[in-house]
Write a protein that binds this ligand. Sequence first.
Ligand SMILES: *[C@@H]1O[C@H](CO)[C@@H](O)[C@H](O)[C@H]1NC(C)=O
Ligand SMILES: *[C@@H]1O[C@H](CO)[C@@H](O)[C@H](O)[C@H]1NC(C)=O
Length: 306
Amino acid sequence: MKHFLRVLYQFLVFLYCKILWRGLKFVMRKLTGRCELQRICYNNKPGARRTLKIGSSAYVVEKTIEDIMALKKINPDTNPQLGISLQASLLQIVGYRALLVEVEKLRREPYDCDNPKHEDMLLKLWKELRPDCPLTGRISKQWCEIGFQGSDPKTDFRGMGLLGLSNLLYFAEHDKATALQMLNDSLQPKHKYVLVTPTPAAVMYSFAIVGINITELAYSLLLSGALKTHLYNVAPEMASLQHFQQTFCYLMQEFHGFWVEEDPNDIMEFNRVRSKFHRKMVRQLQNPDAALCPHFSASDLHLVNL
Ligand SMILES: *[C@@H]1O[C@H](CO)[C@@H](O)[C@H](O)[C@H]1NC(C)=O
Ligand SMILES: *[C@@H]1O[C@H](CO)[C@@H](O)[C@H](O)[C@H]1NC(C)=O
């Protein structure tokens, strides 16, 4: 009998809690008139502002399926935009993760001299940057002219794998004028050295090495999630590798300007200038309207809200 009463008591408490919970949800809905997703979609313009809110909402992460079921009950005639907005934001969230996986895969793929695809990319990079000056051999001191450290660039790719090479090649192919200008500038000795020594040895920086290093910077911004604002604003649905490569072009261009402005004495100051540049980019990306577009692509990117 005692046992029966205890079970009955527990059952009543359970029932009470359940009714209370349902009531609470009912009241919330009545009070706001909308579910959380509707509120986010209606109160935030498309792009980073909306997708960041949806992405950080536990609602979506844990209950995407439930939301979509709930969505079906929403009258499509009175909410024609909601389904479209929601789908675009979800695609952006999924797209960011997919891009991270793709970039990580390239980064982990080491440069392989026996892979003809890799070798072709490398030789193509040379042709893009030095069109009037053929390579005398695959192993050659000439590689230093475009900012590699020795006669075989393969060792320089160690840190970032194929990602570094694919970024450099994209930059040279799609933003050729900027890349060539940067390469040319990087080879100019600083004026003060010209005055001091008749044969200036001081080079501003090594173009390819800096390109590989800025690849790491772009990668770290992607990994930390800092690029979400930018990518959600420039890629209306899933971001692709091309979006990442264009971000790299922007970062190269900006880094070059920053380097010139900082006016370092020599390459020993690279660490300091890079850290300062990194902080500047992180700050810039904290703006929900951030969009890091290289000048050449502003017209072909379909900007959501600029
Ligand atoms: C590249 O640098 C040289 C000096 O070494 C300069 O004469 C030339 O005008 C530069 N080219 C461009 C395109 O800036
Ligand atoms: C890039 O430069 C920073 C600062 O000098 C250094 O710590 C980092 O290891 C470099 N990364 C690559 C991939 O070269």
